[in-house]
Design a protein around this ligand. Structure first.
Ligand code: HEM
Length: 443
């Protein structure tokens, strides 16, 4: 019997390695591989990973079409299923359509301005305190240090637990195991695998969240979990205990690696561009002494530009995956229902179509007079867009600003070695060498 015709035969693709397709190309050098594909094939091409063809789109027009989804064609649940379905089945990205809308409206309550202000009051002093444990006068690896700091901070801000208790340590270790399982290649709970350990960690966490939800339903805590227990939409709809536990479990995943990645790129840039470090330090000094107050983030426009450029340069989430629910056509190319597609925002944000000299780190491109991010609605999209646009973007921005103020008001930062870091872009951007840096107390 003849093999069925390939419905994607008209879409070009790079050479394949038997069995594994392009998996290693992506894991080893996602940016180089994507750049070569874009140069060879243009805006649309396909790659093969985990035994399936996936169609990649590299333009801002396509990113807009996929994320705004005017024809209700794309499933986020399908797109993220490989990484999230077993460990985070109740997370927001695992919901589509009306079901997603209802859940997102409830979650929105935990992200309104008064809630954000209360997170800030928990977060800023804790960052200040945790930073005091960091070494000065010697080189250390920034990336593992910021991962540990954001997790300890998370116990406090997300769960309302003191950061340094055995309970917080135990939960944080469970998060680490769960996160490791989300990005491992073997996704079956076979004995001795990271995945099995992650599934066990999930059980521990969900059980503990259930207990905490019981307590928090009747408290007026300022932490995320308490806010989520109280969250209702405009019609008074709220979540069951299980729904809260599932949403919360995903929220910690969505917040943790991404923010740690962005802070790592920012810190690399501060050490790499001392003139920007000086400018940000002046901005931080101009805020004056005392606690970090809710009016301060708006008085940090240069930090904002630096953060935006860090996200453009090294997006923590390198692409936005979806699955086509129905057949569709893009510029005359037919793509059948069931095809995994992705908006490659890494390539969009490094495109000379929207940004001048796109491979140069240049925060000035976000200044009012250049505003290159406005060259296209989706030219700058590190937080995605449309119905699933990152709900935590203002929270992440607050955290980055609170951290930057604490760091720069006390320290100067320098490279800890001579080598420029090599970046691992997937699944979340990070420096392969951990980013050696050196902090020195300010004179
Ligand atoms: C620099 C930090 C961050 C980056 C770059 C980032 C990026 C993203 C992106 C690209 C998406 C959209 C994914 C898609 O459409 O498939 C997303 C969604 C999401 N993010 Fe973030 N994120 C960050 C921080 C956070 C934080 C701090 C939180 C929570 C406190 C958070 C919670 C979420 C949630 C819940 C979603 C799903 C929204 C939905 O499905 O409606 N993120 N994020």
């Amino acid at each position: 019997m003849a093999a069925p015709a390939d419905p994607l035969a008209h879409i070009p693709h790079p050479p394949q390695t038997p069995l594994i397709g392009n998996t290693l190309d992506v894991v080893r050098d996602f940016y180089g591989f994507s750049s070569r594909n874009k140069a060879a094939f243009g805006e649309v091409y396909r790659i093969r990973m985990m035994g399936r063809w996936r169609v990649a789109f590299t333009s801002a027009d396509a990113a807009e079409y996929i994320m705004m989804d005017p024809d209700k064609l794309f499933s986020s649940k399908g797109g993220w299923a490989d990484s999230l379905a077993k460990l985070f089945p109740g997370g927001l990205l695992m919901h589509d359509g009306e079901e997603h809308r209802v859940n997102r409206r409830i979650m929105q309550a935990a992200f309104r301005k008064p809630a954000l202000d209360s997170y800030l009051t928990l977060m800023a002093p804790e960052i200040e305190r945790l930073l005091q444990d960091w070494p000065t006068g010697k080189t250390f690896a920034f990336y593992p240090a910021i991962k540990a700091l954001t997790l300890r901070l998370g116990a406090h801000v997300f769960m309302g637990l003191p950061a340094d208790t055995p309970e917080a340590d135990r939960l944080n270790q469970a998060f680490i195991d769960e996160l490791a399982a989300a990005v491992t290649v073997v996704r079956k709970p076979l004995p001795f695998t990271l995945f099995r350990r992650g599934m066990k960690a999930r059980e521990t966490l969900i059980a503990r969240f259930h207990d905490l939800v019981e307590e928090r339903r009747h408290s007026d805590g300022a932490d995320f979990l308490s806010q989520m227990c109280r969250a209702t939409d405009e019609d008074g709809r709220h979540w069951t205990d299980s729904e809260i536990a599932e949403h919360f479990n995903f929220l910690v995943l969505a917040a943790h690696d991404t923010t740690a990645s962005a802070l790592t790129t920012m810190t690399w840039a501060l050490s790499e561009y001392p003139d920007w470090q000086d400018r940000l330090r002046d901005e931080v000094d101009a805020l004056g002494p005392g606690p970090f107050t809710p009016d301060m983030p708006d008085r940090m426009p240069l930090t904002d530009m630096m953060f935006r450029e860090a996200l453009r340069f090294m997006p923590p989430v390198p692409l936005v995956p979806r699955v086509a629910l129905r057949d569709f056509e893009w510029k005359g190319m037919r793509i059948p229902a069931g095809t995994p597609v992705s908006a490659n925002i890494t390539m969009v944000m490094r495109s000379a179509d929207y940004f001048t000299d796109p491979d140069r780190f240049d925060p000035e491109r976000f200044s009012d007079n250049r505003a290159e991010d406005r060259s296209h609605r989706f030219a700058w999209a590190p937080f995605g867009g449309g119905a699933h646009k990152c709900i935590g973007l203002h929270f992440a921005t607050l955290q980055v600003k609170a951290f930057t103020r604490s760091l720069l008001s006390r320290h100067s930062i320098a490279r800890g070695g001579t080598d420029a870091p090599e970046w691992q872009r997937v699944p979340t951007a990070r420096p392969k060498n951990g980013l050696p840096v050196r902090l020195d107390p300010r004179a």
